[in-house]
Design a protein around this ligand. Sequence first.
Ligand code: XIL
Length: 359
Amino acid sequence: MPPMIDRRALIAAIPAATLLSACNGHAQEGGPTAPVPPLKMAAPFAVGTCVSTDSIDDPPLRDLILSNFSQLTAEWQMKMETILKDDGTFAFEKPDAIVDFAGQNSLRVHAHTLIWYAQNPVAFQRIDGKGSAFAAAYRNYIAAVAGRYRGRVVSWDVVNEPVSDEGGTLRDCLWSRNLGMMDYMLSAFHLAREADDQAVLFINDYWLEKRPEKRRAFMHLVEQLLKAGAPIGGIGSQTHLDIGVDPASIKPAIHDLASFGLPIHISEMDISTRFGARNFSSAQDRSAQQARLVHEAVDAFMGLPAHQRFAITMWGVRDSDSWLANPPNPVDLDRPLLFDAEGRPKQAASAFIAALSGR
Ligand code: XIL
């Protein structure tokens, strides 16, 4: 992680005119009228967003990314679905473009993701059940991919979403069936460490705030993996929330997850205004509740010791870019991010900034 500087003192020392010219403009949707400073300038930790090669090729979006974010995650272009071709060979053009762009602009890359139950590529399906061939291809994939980006990414989500939503069981998947439930994870962490001796290795999952029983199962898994010697270096909490989630559920989750003493990554934050909307009668109420949840998450994160604040990553920049805005959800039904479709900071962005300075 980069050396921490006192950004509050830094911001206080910047002449107001300079700060204003670097600002995002005025918050939208009933937010305060004060301009919102660039997120990365205000935060004493890395602030990330997910991107694709299309987003970094889109000038207005690229400018917003460069002014507000200090870390990138590929939304899908570092997953198996992009990298592993049907014939078992690798396609690195897209991930290379993202990693190169980050390097050219001094942004960190958090790489996402090596092993995920939701990715079942043809190249692995073909050897499903073929013991040693499957294990060899697994080793080869992690070695090739983590090895290629060694020294160019700061971290990896090594295992993504291992816990099921109900009942706290571990997900049965292609990887667990072929390699064993604990062994597929243990071995992924060891292989990633062999390929990249520097990257912080994360285990990452979702709904750890709104489903305490899922969080307990996740934490039990982390404990077992650590005991078995897995080189887990950080805990990722995706933080895909919606405005129906109780803001009071956020702090206990961050507090629990931090109890391992490892860095925490709020790794994919978005707050749907569509799900959970029935309790809110106006768009303004929905925005206010979204801002409250963002405030709670950032405030909880700020409550961690500095060495445990790995990053907060937003799952996109503008509402219109969000995966939740994709059909069949028309964009005007969900506004889950910090910037509106025109790139103007929302009330949630002001709340993010306010929480950084304890306001
Ligand atoms: C999502 C992307 O946002 C979509 O564009 C893609 O089609 C599917 O995956 N948890 C994760 C992310 O770990 O990789 C997912 O990203 C969102 C849920």
